[in-house]
Design a protein around this ligand. Structure first.
Ligand SMILES: Cc1ncc(COP(=O)(O)O)c(C=O)c1O
Length: 394
């Protein structure tokens, strides 16, 4: 099918909820993707933070093909060898104490599970999230998400959610009541503009939650799997949550959501109180096993730290050069560049020149490349960005 037809059919047949870019991607390898006309792009979006191992990693392809021939689906009411293997590998990397998981299919679902778990474990209804936070768009997750353009059309949302200013321990402490079940936060707010909290914030939240008997849920959907230079974002601050939400990269590109919790917390669910048909499917778990093996063996978290510092340094040189660049932020290969105006035009122009970049809100460019990105590919992205910003600033 031709590019024009694909774009038309997709527009006509699929719900019109995505801010589409006029490009048809048909192939990917590592950090590169190609469109239907054979044009090459450096993918600094990593499929919205999914392709941390790069596109079509050979170990994922091998694991998926092998498992597909053997067994694709197996409901979690039956035991399965690949599911067990995946759970063991997962627990070998999760922070100590987080050792019981619920497996699902997406980030929002991992958050839904965490919300239900907090209410069930504590017997209390209230969840405190932060202004600027993002947790997905299903009704429970949306109730924790801040942006009013996502929330307002769907009100009333789930009751007993409240939002406090971000990175503000005092306001958070004031908001906790005897109805509070949990505090739900991203360690680094991704969609909210790649915002890293001050050093003492997360340890302070942990202390507050312990003092008040409130659960700490960390949404690590975007900050885990080595992305920030550590396996999990919370490790930068030496904080372990009671519940952690994972998703995007954990099955090498296949759909997955994981809610991992302390054993007593997860054990508050009784049979039938939570489930999903595809929980821990053998195909996804086979991909997940391969993904975790590559992550550990290839030391991708360390790689993210090194290459992230390189990438950030290059972005900072653009900041020094151009007045329209306001700030560069982030950790590892989770980077943001705040401009003084709307980034949409820049994103379309860099795409034209073979570099895919994400936005985070109206005026922040967000970089979530695969952790296997090469220095030369970073240089190419920076070169294109330099040229495009240079034209915009004229
Ligand atoms: C921090 C965070 N939580 C939750 C989600 C929702 O994940 P999904 O889109 O897989 O439902 C996202 C998605 O970008 C996210 O970044």
């Amino acid at each position: 099918m031709r590019e024009f037809d694909i774009i038309n059919f997709e527009n006509r047949l699929m719900a019109n909820v995505f801010a589409k870019r006029p490009v048809v991607i048909t192939r990917g390898q590592g950090t590169l993707v190609w469109d239907v006309n054979g044009k090459e792009y450096v993918d600094c979006t990593g499929s919205y933070g999914v392709a941390l191992l790069g596109h079509s990693h050979p170990k994922i392809v091998e694991a998926v093909c092998k498992q597909a021939e053997n067994l694709i689906s197996c409901h979690a009411s039956l035991y399965n060898n690949k599911r067990t293997e995946f759970l063991q590998k997962l627990m070998s990397i999760t922070p100590t104490g987080l050792n019981k998981a619920f497996l699902s299919n997406s980030g929002a679902e991992s958050v839904e599970c965490a919300i239900k778990l907090a209410r069930k474990f504590t017997g209390k209804p209230e969840i405190i999230a932060v202004m600027g936070g993002y947790h997905g768009k299903t009704m429970g997750a949306l109730s924790a998400t801040w942006d009013k353009k996502y929330r307002e059309p769907f009100q009333p949302l789930v009751p007993e959610f409240k939002h406090v200013p971000p990175d503000n321990l005092e306001k958070l402490a004031e908001a906790v009541t005897d109805k509070t079940a949990a505090v739900l936060l991203e360690p680094i707010r991704g969609e909210g503009g790649v915002r890293v909290p001050p050093l003492d914030f997360l340890p302070g939240v942990r202390e507050l939650c312990d003092e008040k008997g409130v659960l700490l849920i960390l949404d690590e959907v975007q900050t885990s799997f080595g992305r920030t230079g550590k396996l999990f974002g919370c490790e930068h601050w030496g904080v372990t949550p009671d519940v952690m939400c994972l998703a995007k990269p954990f099955a090498g590109g296949l759909p997955i959501g994981i809610t991992v919790a302390k054993e007593d917390v997860m054990s508050s669910f009784k049979v039938g109180e939570h489930s999903t048909t595809f929980s821990g499917s053998p195909l996804v778990c086979a991909a997940g096993c391969a993904a975790i093996e590559v992550l550990v063996k290839d030391k991708l978290a360390e790689r993210a730290a090194t290459l992230g510092a390189y990438f950030k340094g290059k972005l900072e040189t653009l900041q020094a050069k151009y007045n329209i660049v306001k700030e560069v932020r982030g950790l590892g290969l989770m980077l943001g560049m705040e401009l003084r105006y709307d980034v949409r035009n820049i994103i379309l122009k860099t795409m034209d020149r073979g570099v895919l970049i994400l936005e985070a809100g109206r005026n922040v460019l967000r970089f979530l490349p695969p952790l296997v990105i090469e220095k030369e590919q970073i240089d190419k992205a920076i070169g294109v960005l330099d040229a495009v910003i240079g034209e915009e600033e004229k």
